[in-house]
Design a protein around this ligand. Structure first.
Ligand code: NAD
Length: 292
């Protein structure tokens, strides 16, 4: 039976650590860390994600500076708000909840966020910092995967890792983080021929394809560690990109959906915010193990 890579449990442990870092630093900083989550429009899934992020902030003692703008807010107004938050000394992290309503371009708005307040780790400068191995906020989902692997003592150095998916949000930064941890990394994508031949090479398989149950037993080498980033609602039930029932008996360790990568993504958003707060106030923090 595969070891369960339990994201809910690890996220709760990280939240406890963050709570302790915040209470230790509060006196010197003179204020709690602040995270601004900007939601534009009424996408219902985004509403749930934003509410979850705000609840997580409350649990650890991060002040959330919520901002919910109408779907028809002009880009200039959103930009002006981002600039105000950039200049606000009580805000350590800014997150623009995606997707944006039609008509609002993501790129200029994401680019306007102060890179040192980029709680999502998706700013061009921060992706460049990741590429070069420089310090900076890391993309939350792949950083969450790295934390899950490290917590379970999954051997990464020298491992053959395959990442399915090459998005800027997950696949690309995931591949960079695994490479930085000395894995030998292959990236597969929608144009890859004979996907199963590639994925069967993996000691460590990370799937972020956005295709429900794409990966079955035929794709997995016995004993592999399997991380499922995908999340879908199919016939009213949540599932991932991996067919859990057929893959779990083969894998040595596997993430569940839900309860695997999802909670880790939120935890890493909090980590980026608290680390930015520590830097701003010259505080040491014991969170380096969470910054791949
Ligand atoms: P995306 O659509 O931007 O990218 C998907 C990638 O998968 C692409 O690079 C594409 O080439 C590749 N792909 C698509 N079909 C494929 C196939 N048949 N074979 C091989 N590769 C294929 O998606 P994304 O933003 O990277 O997200 C991927 C999944 O992860 C989605 O289900 C998304 O909802 C989920 N997600 C979950 C979290 C979380 O916190 N759990 C966070 C981000 C994304």
């Amino acid at each position: 039976m595969a070891t369960l890579l339990d994201g809910r449990r690890l996220a709760a442990e990280i939240e406890r650590r963050l709570g302790a870092v915040i209470s230790d630093g509060l006196e010197v900083a003179g204020r709690a860390p602040g995270l601004a989550v900007l939601r534009i429009g009424d996408d219902p899934a985004s509403g749930v994600y934003v509410a979850n992020k705000e609840k997580a902030c409350d649990r650890v003692g991060i002040r959330s500076h919520g901002g919910h703008l109408a779907a028809d807010t002009p880009a200039g107004e959103v930009l002006a708000l981002i600039r105000r938050l950039n200049a606000d000394p009580t805000v350590d992290g800014i997150l623009l909840q995606l997707p944006l309503p039609q008509g609002l371009a993501e790129e200029p708005l994401l680019a306007a966020i102060d890179p040192d307040k980029d709680a999502d780790g998706l700013h061009t400068l921060n992706l460049g910092r990741l590429l070069k191995g420089e310090r900076g906020p890391r993309s939350c989902t792949p950083a969450g995967v790295m934390a899950l692997l490290r917590c379970a003592d999954v051997p990464i150095s020298g491992a053959q890792a395959v990442v399915v998916g090459r998005s800027i949000l997950v696949g690309k930064p995931m591949a960079l983080m695994l490479q930085a941890a000395d894995a030998t990394v292959t990236v597969a994508h929608s144009r890859t021929h004979h996907l199963w031949e590639v994925t069967r090479q993996a000691d460590l398989l990370v799937v972020a394809a956005g295709r429900p149950q794409l990966i079955g037993a035929v794709h997995v080498k016995p004993g592999a560690v399997v991380v499922d980033v995908g999340i879908h609602r199919v016939d009213g039930r949540l599932c991932g990109d991996v067919n859990y029932e057929t893959v779990e008996p083969l894998a040595s360790a596997i993430t569940p959906v839900p309860g695997g990568v999802g909670p880790m993504t939120v935890a890493m958003l909090l980590v980026n915010t608290v680390v930015a707060w520590c830097h701003r106030h010259g505080l040491d923090h014991p969170l380096a193990d969470l910054l791949p």
